[in-house]
Design a protein around this ligand. Structure first.
Ligand code: GSH
Length: 204
């Protein structure tokens, strides 16, 4: 099997790499060359008709797209350490937090990137005003997250590191790359980010 992905700072392929590093699993990755348009080549569109990475290709040629779907596949193959929760409650919490992060944080960071950043200006007709409006959305959701984790929990869902932490870590690192930072008053988020950055998997 092999992964089609892209190097840092692309957040979604990195989510899979961090997940695999936490599991101690090695899968070869081919970098698609987003800047060169490799994701729009006929070969890649045959793997994922949406032209995105990551894509996992199995030995029989089956392809799996969507970061969380790829991670779920590896979770079943390599259950330890569990990163999607074990009990019914843990699994629900992981789902809740992953969806909150993807929908409330990753989407506005992506909209800022697509509509306000000079690097993407040649790719689409940008709506700069809309793009810039996401700065405040990203800041406010981090302040909300800060209040949520102010109870001292070490990870987003509680006492256990999960894929929800990986989703937030990779999104916020990418946000920094685009020029969006964590507000200084979000002290709990900043401390959590330091803990995530100290894990060996952060280099993946
Ligand atoms: N929902 C997808 C999003 C994947 C995605 O946005 N990947 C980016 C790289 S981080 C990409 O391929 N961008 C190129 C494009 O969308 O045209 C997932 O979770 O895998």
């Amino acid at each position: 099997m092999k992964l089609y992905g892209e190097a840092m700072p692309a957040p979604n392929p990195r989510r899979v790499r961090i997940f695999l590093a936490e599991k101690g699993v090695e899968v070869p990755e081919i970098q698609i060359g987003l800047r060169q348009g490799g994701h729009r080549s006929p070969e890649h569109l045959a793997r994922n008709s949406l032209g995105q990475v990551p894509v996992l290709e199995l030995d029989d040629g089956t392809t799996i797209s969507e970061t969380v779907a790829i991670c779920r596949y590896f979770e079943v193959l390599h259950p330890d350490p569990p990163l999607f929760g074990v009990s019914a409650l843990e699994q629900a919490m992981v789902e809740m937090w992953t969806r909150r992060i993807e929908l409330r944080l990753t989407v506005p960071v992506g909209m800022f990137w697509r509509h306000a950043h000079p690097f993407t200006a040649h790719l689409l007709k940008q709506n700069r005003e809309f793009g810039e409006s996401n700065r405040e959305v990203v800041e406010n959701i981090q302040l909300w997250l800060d209040r949520e984790i102010a109870d001292g929990r070490p990870f987003l869902t509680g006492d256990t590191y999960t894929i929800a932490d990986i989703a937030a870590q990779t999104t916020l690192d990418f946000a920094n790359f685009t020029g969006l930072s964590t507000p200084a008053e979000a002290k709990h988020v900043l401390a959590w980010r330091e803990r995530m950055a100290a894990r060996p998997s952060a280099g993946a």
